[in-house]
Design a protein around this ligand. Structure first.
Ligand code: ATP
Length: 268
């Protein structure tokens, strides 16, 4: 069950090169996580500069939190356990307790490793009176296992959480994540960088104006921009397929190129 969510670095398909507009976050993660993990032997001599045992990525949906987590693992040569919270919380207490221990002991065996928890707030939100006793105990157990990583200065296991609702997180959890990054909706300049990256592998017509597109896409996330480009590509291909002579049309490179109109389509 856990193994199906475990990815080795060679199989992680994203790297920093697949992320646009987030250079500052990447630079900080490179310094705080990637370097200490890559140069573990060197960094063991420093008590002051150690990889954090917890990293929190927060911000609106579709802005690249999961992408960043995976790329960090790839760049640092870490394994990546994508912990599906539903699997933990769906189990009855005894089972979820065993599973939680299994995740941490697996991570320690295969380190360096990132345990990634998407929507970490749904699992480790503020404790309250309505919490089921089993849920409260599971959170406590999770925190104890996590603390075990901190007491072992040689450990290269990092818990990385992503959330759209950082305010809902238990304060005790936030304290365990000293490295925190806000990944906001992209600015106009960032949108231009993202569009450039997404379209670089496509055939694009000369009339495509990235400056205008980035102005028109205020409020779009990276994921929205990707979807917009995908729809434009689907539209272009459909036009070719339904044209009277598809083979001739496909041979003409100009017809394959995504145009500004395709991109503007129904979105803008
Ligand atoms: P959620 O909160 O919904 O889980 P998320 O913040 O984790 O969202 P991702 O799943 O990382 O977002 O992003 C979704 C997709 O959007 C990515 O796979 C990628 O195609 C695209 N994307 C988002 N942000 C960027 C970016 N900065 N650069 C390049 N692509 C991006």
């Amino acid at each position: 069950m856990i193994a199906s969510h475990l990815v080795v670095p060679a199989d992680i398909t994203v790297s920093w090169a697949d992320i646009a507009g987030l250079d500052a976050v990447i630079q900080e993660l490179r310094e705080s996580v990637v370097l200490p993990i890559q140069h573990k032997d060197l960094f063991k001599h420093s008590k002051l500069w150690q990889a954090p045992k917890g990293v929190l990525l927060h911000g609106p949906p579709g802005c690249g939190k999961t992408l960043i987590a995976k790329a960090t693992a790839k760049e640092a040569g870490m394994r990546f356990i994508n912990l599906d919270v539903a699997i933990l919380t769906d189990k009855w207490y005894g089972e979820s307790q065993k599973l939680t221990s299994a995740v941490f002991s697996l991570a320690s065996r295969i380190e360096p490793c990132i345990i990634f928890i998407d929507e970490i707030d749904s699992f480790l939100r503020s404790r309250n009176m309505n919490d089921h006793e089993a849920t409260a105990m599971m959170k406590t157990q999770f925190m104890m296992l996590w603390d075990g990583l901190s007491t072992n200065s040689n450990s290269t296991v990092i818990v990385m959480g992503a959330t759209n609702r950082p305010q809902d997180l238990d304060k005790a959890i936030v304290r365990r994540m000293p490295a925190q990054f806000h990944i906001s909706l992209p600015s106009e300049t960032q949108r231009k960088d993202i569009l450039k990256l997404i379209l670089q592998s496509e055939e694009v017509s000369q009339d495509v104006d990235l400056n205008r597109l980035s102005k028109l896409t205020n409020g779009f996330s990276g994921s929205d921009l990707r979807e917009m480009c995908r729809n434009a590509s689907v539209y272009r291909m459909r036009q070719l397929i339904t044209s009277r002579d598809p083979s001739a049309a496909a041979l003409d490179r100009n017809n394959v190129r995504i145009t500004m109109d395709d991109l503007l389509g129904s979105h803008l």
